[in-house]
Ligand binder design. Sequence first.
Ligand SMILES: Cc1cc2nc3c(=O)[nH]c(=O)nc-3n(C[C@H](O)[C@H](O)[C@H](O)COP(=O)(O)O)c2cc1C
Length: 474
Amino acid sequence: MKTNALAPRLPVFAAPMFLVSGPELVLAACRAGIVGAFPTPNTRTPEQLEDWMRQITQGLAQLRDEQPADTLGAWCANLVTHRSNARLPEDLKLVQKYRPPVVVTALGSPKPAVEVVHSYGGLVFADVTSPTLARKAVEAGVDGLACICSGAGGHTGSISPFAFVSAVREFFDGTIVLGGGISDGWGLAGALACGADYVYMGTRFVATRESMAQQAYKQMLVDSTLEDLVVSAAITGTPASWLRPSLLANGIDPDDVSSPAPTRNYNSLENPAKRWAQLWAAGQGVGAIHAVEPVGAVVDRIEQEFHAARTHLSRCTPGAGPVNPDDNPLLGSWTLLAWEIDYGDGRPPVHPFGEGATGLIVYSSDGYMSAAISRADRAPLEGASVRQAPVAQRLGAFESHFHYAGRYRLEGAGASLRVVHEVQQALNPNFVGSQQQRHVHISADGVLTLSASEAVPGQASPRQHRLRWRRATA
Ligand SMILES: Cc1cc2nc3c(=O)[nH]c(=O)nc-3n(C[C@H](O)[C@H](O)[C@H](O)COP(=O)(O)O)c2cc1C
């Protein structure tokens, strides 16, 4: 399945993290429209895992009452499939019962998970650090690969993301999730541009209010840069990227971490938590973290950065420059939230096409726009063709729909940013040739408001049209 259906807002996984990701972080990620993942070894017993899965599925059911279901991200369980994990069969039983839409396997063959997860229609992705492991996972029947590259937090990879995706695309056209050092919307755009479908962001979500990480760990991430990291296999037996100050605080010399590697052991029935509780991991995207914030605020910023990156990309692409050399926050597709007219005389706003009006406005990078709005209760025509429909119905169809298209340009900046629609095509022929100017405002939560004043004959003050939009989701 090559679709962003798992993450309707942005193709991002809040990656599974030992001792960091719990139900609160998972639900906050899903609420923000990205995938929320957690590793099952974060629960000490199968009973606790069941409790978490119940909390997540019930929490999601509640969120579906609060916001449209198609704005919620999917949840994801991360299973350690290494042969030393004696709890795997019990975890798989709970996976079968609670049906996470995605399961990511790590540190072992994905085989044990594939049959179980496919039986209920879920997807299995395998966490891999080399094309050889990727090929084995594909042979085992996975739907996707989480390709972990150099710069990742926790157990890191060593391959460049560009080379890794290219190598994997030689033999796999399923879903690729790219991870390692990606902490902002710029990195997200880069990952998608090189052929990935989603990104894994781990480190970025440690320093959120909803993560289970200790406060001092969160603060260390805020205070650190990518030059404060040490990669060593000495701590867990597998190369991992650690924060130097946390090694120092535990009496470990970050410049001499060559002590013999312990034997790998990923048995969730035992307790490997001590090392991870004291020694704190981070990826190379750590420098993008400047505060401990709620997940929603982090995702808002990643979205803004992502759109700025897309504008930058089109500006750097010969022959496909955007309309305006400045950043173009309108680029892309937006769906209508509301069309209101305010008369400025104390009356409540009027909805000319009803409160449930639907609409789509699209701004292309080559300078064209198209806008269409329909009444919610638009009646269908009787008869197979427009010509066979009674005249009154045709008139009704005309009056319940609005469309125009043409070139557009941006003027002004900041609070005085305006977009001018140069109408070349329109349902109302009198619109053709007109210049429709709208003030542009984008709120912190990403709602685009296009507004315009219109003089009303016989009335002293103009009326104000306000059209509110949010980015269209896949
Ligand atoms: C503190 C921490 C704990 C992690 N624990 C796990 C884990 O239990 N299972 C897993 O598959 N990956 C784990 N990871 C790796 C992440 O899932 C992800 O691959 C990685 O964070 C991506 O790189 P980034 O941190 O640079 O974004 C962990 C990462 C961190 C930072």
